[in-house]
Ligand binder design. Sequence first.
Ligand code: NAD
Ligand code: DAU
Length: 349
Amino acid sequence: MQNSVVVTGGCGFIGSHFVRLLRTARPDWRVVNLDKLTYAGNLANLTDIGESGHYRFVHGDIVDSDLINGVVRDEQPWGIVNFAAESHVDRSILDPAPFLRTNVLGAQVLLDAVRQGGIKRFVQISTDEVYGDVQTPPDEEATLRPSSPYAASKGAADLLALSYHRTYGIPILIARSANNYGPHQFPEKLIPLMIRNALAGEILPVYGDGAQVRDWLFVGDNCTAILQVLEHGRLGAVYNVGAGEHRPNIDVVRAICRLVAEETRVDPQALLARIQSVPDRPGHDRRYVMDSSRIRAELGWTPATPFQDGLRTTIRWYLEHQDWTERVTSGDYRAYYEAVYRRNWGAHG
Ligand code: NAD
Ligand code: DAU
């Protein structure tokens, strides 16, 4: 029956929005959220979703095959959506090991669980970073050329999923999305980090010349795309999910300054003056952009949120939830920040 889904990594940024979307858009489905609660996983992202016959939280690791096989045996899910990952490029430069463990071995454990039979749809959540630095927008058949250990680990998981489909005939789908932004994103990523630093009176550190281009996709739009892929995607297919909102980083940071200034009634020049160029990320990709015509043509998906609207919504959320930011940046955050922003890539961990 199409009424039970296991979501891994559902306490992270995108996963928590997806769990909430399932609970509201598919209220009769049972959602099992399995999450290790790493630094990026936060039960506070889902305080509005209580345990019930329709929702269960399992604290656990996707690499733990006994746990995964037990959950699959008990729940007999119709589908699995795998968000669980180490997700930050800079952390993968500091230490690739956890990326290979969770993003590759974890994917293998889940794929082996799907091989046991019964599961009808397995969606691997992937990224435009697997294509690497591009000028011409790659479609889904383009060669993978990952640049960072993070991107390589995500590409490896995609290839593993595709190989399991071909070899064992298991029902996999892959969604490769562009840079997400929105509420609940951990402030190590560009947009929430800049909002946090703007509010905290700190510098706004732009890597290199700031001319690197990303395509900014509002998290709610990514979640509707993933739901479409889960329910209606072609088995074995890959779907690129881009917003068509390409912008150089420096423009994004300036837009954040202007909107934060407007929302907090401070002088925008005071914020703009805090933008500082810092040494670049090693291996930094200059440009991500994808051809997303397949998901639009086959599944009828289009993004609904223009960048300016999504950015304002995001800034308002961070302004209203400064306690959330304070909580998630206590503990290890400062040590991480020092290691990355001193560009001392061997010093952390
Ligand atoms: P995130 O870092 O915010 O959340 C990751 C979640 O996975 C956390 O809740 C964490 O506790 C959990 N997790 C980590 N290791 C685990 C393990 N071994 N077992 C179980 N749970 C584990 O990440 P995000 O930004 O929400 O990204 C979610 C997925 O989307 C990832 O697969 C990422 O590669 C992909 N993605 C992200 C973006 C983006 O812009 N954020 C874009 C494209 C693709
Ligand atoms: O493209 C999809 C990917 O987007 C996802 O797969 C990753 O999980 C996600 O982390 C994100 O990766 P990026 O490396 O593109 O995102 P990040 O927010 O780290 O950086 C965005 C751009 O901003 C990038 O060019 C680096 C730059 N940057 C980032 C930070 C944190 C800065 O200039 N300064 C910063 O302080």
